[in-house]
Structure formats: structure tokens, C-alpha cells
Design a protein around this ligand. Structure first.
Ligand SMILES: NC(=O)c1ccc[n+]([C@@H]2O[C@H](COP(=O)([O-])OP(=O)(O)OC[C@H]3O[C@@H](n4cnc5c(N)ncnc54)[C@H](O)[C@@H]3O)[C@@H](O)[C@H]2O)c1
Length: 412
């Protein structure tokens, strides 16, 4: 393995939906990229009896194709970063990377809510993965920049009544007649066990940054849509994964795929949820920008809102419905969340670093529709409806209705 410390980057979870195109981009930018991935996401497909809509190649085929197309070497090391601390530390010592990009977590909220076993797995996997990385960096004594993928969900999905700042909230407190001003971490408000792991990650970052001066950038990412980047389109064997089923599929990609296979568009509740979005090409760009602009040693955790736009879910459904003539139906919301919320988000830091965002346009929606059309025969319609609910008293709705559904579980 290369020991050119200045340009080594380790990508934890680099075989996944966000990690794969990001690894390719970093490799094309000249970094020596090592992917660390235990391929658990591929095994989860087997557990759920589903598969990526796009036919993803085995990891070795992916790496060989990239070598053939670009002449660049990409390595893969199979380590379970939540379980095998010693191998992770040995790898960090060997590579002495400039940065570790951390995508290596269980990332589906519905999967994290399926059963006690799934809740416990998500906690064990995500918390141990992040802690092993931080503890391992301190053990090696190396000055490695951690770039972590968090989620906008850490802020909660109620109406905040303010533009959500990038991680820190300036507050004024009056105590004993004296006014104090301080920046606090924006109050965490997780909406699922998965989201809870991300808020716990943030606390671990705070601690290791304070105690050991680990340099950390935490990217609070919106919902990713789209499938391919210029790099994943360079060869069929490099194609990115496309999750369409109820657990791992993300909302806009699901709507686009549903419209192609003749399934109604599955809006939850009233569709009044407002969410933040980012295109997969910008995910890779933002991570690249974060690596190029690390915090100084001793600087507090740098937090970016990695989002480019916000949309209300029913508006997205209508847009996709108009583009494709698909029917929009409203289903009992499997999640325990506000029926409607507003969301305004600060995202100046990436714009100031030069990000020119890819925003929702008909052309890009068409591109995803094209991918979905090409592989529509790989879709299993039985997997489209989400059968994971946030509480046992929330029914699974497989039928939906033409009218918005206002049913909510009793929250006392
Ligand atoms: N996809 C989105 O819309 C989205 C939105 C916001 C944040 N994120 C965050 O981005 C990160 C990546 O998301 P994704 O969509 O690429 O997910 P993904 O499931 O496609 O990829 C995660 C990868 O990490 C690997 N992994 C998981 N646990 C591991 C472990 N213990 N050891 C080694 N490898 C492990 C998996 O095998 C998989 O390849 C996640 O942390 C997620 O929370 C994703």
C-alpha cells in the first residue's frame, strides 16, 4: 500500500450509495483512496429479499473497471469497523491518511425501526463504528481529519420557526442578573433510532475534539437523490446502487421509480413534510470540499448543512405525477412525525467554498426516470410498500387513498 501520507484518504463505507461515487471522485482528483467496507449493505439486501434496481457489480469488478478506465488504483479492505478495532487501527497506522471519510453506518431509518433486533444492531453498529474510529485515531497519535456523514434529521422535523443554523445555535441566557452569550449545539431531536445514532455521534465528536483536538467535520446531509455521477457513468461496471424498496429507498428516487413501474406514488400522510435534498453529484463534491478545507487543529467541530434545496413531499409527488402521468396516493404514515412542517436551512458555508448546486430540474428527473426504465424488470413490486412502522399500533397501509391521510398514532 502507498505510504504517501499527504494524499492517502480512507473511505469507510465506500461501497455504498454515497461512498462509491465519492471514492471515485476522490480517486480522480489524485487521492490514493482505500475503501474500507464489510459489504454489510449487500448482505442486508439478501436479508430483505431485495436488490439494487441497478445491477451493481461485485466490489472486485468495480475496482478492476476503475483501473481499466482511469489507470488509477483503488483498494478495498474488508473490515467491520464496529467490531474489528485492531484491524482498523493497524490500517490507520499503515496508511497514515490525511483524512478518513466516514460513511460506514447503517443508514436507513425504517430499517432501524423494524424490530428490537434492528434497533439494537443500528445502535451497536453506528455507535461502535464512530467511537472505534475516534479512539483509534487518538491511539495512533496521528493528526487525521475525520469527515463524517451525518443527517439533517438531527435537528428534528418540526417547524423550527427559524432558519436552521449550521450546527451551532447562538443563545443568550440571563442568570443571576447577568446576560451570557454562547454558542450551543443545536438541540438534538432524533425522529428514529437511526437518527438517534447520528445525534450520539455528534456528542462523541464534541468530546474527542475537546479532549484530544481531533479535527472533525460533520456534514448534516439532506436526502440524497439521483443515481449516477460522471464517474459512475464511465463504465457499466461502475454503476451506482439505486435503492427503491420501503426500507432503504429515499423519497424522490422512490417516487420516480414507482411512476415508471406503474405503481401509485406513495405519499405518507398528507405529504406535508418538508425535507432537505441534495443530488448525489453534490454529495461527492461537498465531501471533496470538506477534505480540502479542514478545520485547524484545536478548532471546534466544523458543521456544515450539506443541503441544496428544500421541498414539500406532496409537491414532489405532484411534480413526478405530472411528468409521468402516474397516480398519487396517500398512505397511513408509518412514521411517528408531524403531519406538516416547514423547513428553512442555512447552507452558506459550502456556497462560500464555491459549491454551485445541482438543483431539481426536469432534465435530472428524466435522467433518473431513464435509469429506472432501463432496469424496471429488476423491480419486485411486493417490496415497494414500507412494512416497517415506528410503533406497533401503526398499521401497514398497502392500499392508500386518493385523499390525504391525517391518521396519527395516539401520543397521549
Ligand atoms: N442516502 C442518503 O439519502 C443519506 C442522507 C443523509 C445522510 N446519509 C449518510 O451517509 C452515509 C452513507 O449513506 P449511504 O446512503 O451511502 O448508505 P449505504 O448503506 O449505501 O452505505 C453504507 C456503507 O457502509 C458499509 N458499512 C456499514 N456498517 C459498516 C461497518 N460496521 N463496517 C464496515 N462497513 C460498514 C455498508 O456495507 C455500506 O456499503 C450514512 O452514514 C448516512 O447516514 C445518507
Amino acid at each position: 500500500m502507498s505510504a504517501n501520507r499527504a494524499s492517502n484518504v480512507v473511505v469507510l463505507g465506500g461501497d455504498g450509495f454515497c461512498g462509491w461515487p465519492t471514492s471515485l471522485r476522490l480517486s480522480r482528483q489524485g487521492f490514493n483512496v482505500t475503501i474500507v467496507d464489510n459489504l454489510v449493505r449487500r448482505k442486508t439486501d439478501v436479508e430483505l429479499g431485495t436488490k439494487s434496481l441497478t445491477p451493481i457489480s461485485p466490489i472486485d469488478t468495480r475496482l478492476a473497471a476503475w483501473q481499466e478506465v482511469t489507470g488509477q488504483d483503488l483498494c478495498h479492505v474488508d473490515i467491520d469497523i464496529a467490531e474489528d478495532y485492531a484491524s482498523l487501527v493497524a490500517l490507520l497506522r499503515d496508511l497514515q491518511p490525511q483524512a478518513v471519510v466516514h460513511f460506514g453506518e447503517q443508514r436507513a431509518a425504517p430499517y432501524s425501526m423494524k424490530s428490537p433486533r434492528h434497533k439494537r444492531y443500528t445502535i451497536d453498529n453506528n455507535i461502535n463504528a464512530t467511537h472505534n474510529l475516534l479512539c483509534g485515531i487518538v491511539e495512533t497519535g496521528l493528526d487525521i481529519h475525520v469527515v463524517h456523514l451525518g443527517t439533517m434529521g438531527v435537528y428534528g422535523y418540526g417547524t423550527a420557526g427559524l432558519k436552521i443554523p449550521e450546527g451551532y445555535l447562538p443563545v443568550q441566557v440571563e442568570a443571576e442578573g447577568v446576560r451570557h452569550e454562547m454558542d450551543i449545539i443545536y438541540p438534538p431531536n432524533p425522529g428514529s433510532v437511526y437518527h438517534m445514532t447520528k445525534t450520539l455521534d455528534a456528542l462523541m465528536f464534541f468530546y474527542y475534539n475537546k479532549n484530544d483536538q481531533v479535527r472533525i467535520t460533520d456534514l448534516h446531509q439532506g436526502i440524497v437523490w439521483g443515481t449516477n455521477t460522471a464517474d459512475t457513468l464511465a463504465d457499466e461496471r461502475l454503476i451506482n446502487r439505486f435503492d427503491y424498496e420501503g426500507d432503504y429507498g429515499t423519497v424522490l428516487n422512490r417516487f420516480l421509480m414507482q411512476s415508471v413501474v406503474g405503481h401509485p406514488i406513495t405519499v405518507y400522510g398528507t405529504g406535508g413534510q418538508t425535507r432537505a435534498f441534495i443530488h448525489i453529484r453534490d454529495t461527492a463534491r461537498c465531501v471533496n470540499l470538506a477534505i480540502d478545507n479542514p478545520p485547524e487543529r484545536g478548532e471546534r467541530v466544523k458543521i456544515f448543512n450539506q443541503v441544496t434545496e428544500t421541498h414539500r413531499v406532496r409537491d414532489l409527488a405532484r411534480l413526478v405525477g405530472q411528468l409521468t402521468d402516474a397516480e398519487v396516493r396517500y398512505y397511513t404514515n408509518p412514521r411517528n412525525e408531524a403531519l406538516e412542517n416547514d423547513l428553512r436551512v442555512e447552507n452558506r458555508q459550502f456556497l462560500d467554498l464555491g459549491l454551485a448546486p445541482v438543483t431539481l430540474s426536469e432534465g435530472l428527473l428524466e435522467e433518473v426516470i431513464e435509469v429506472a426504465r432501463r432496469y424496471a424488470d429488476r423491480c419486485d413490486p411486493a417490496k415497494i410498500i414500507a412494512d416497517s412502522t415506528w410503533r406497533a399500533d401503526i398499521p401497514v397501509d398497502r392500499v392508500g387513498s386518493q385523499e390525504p391521510n391525517r391518521w396519527q398514532p395516539d401520543t397521549g
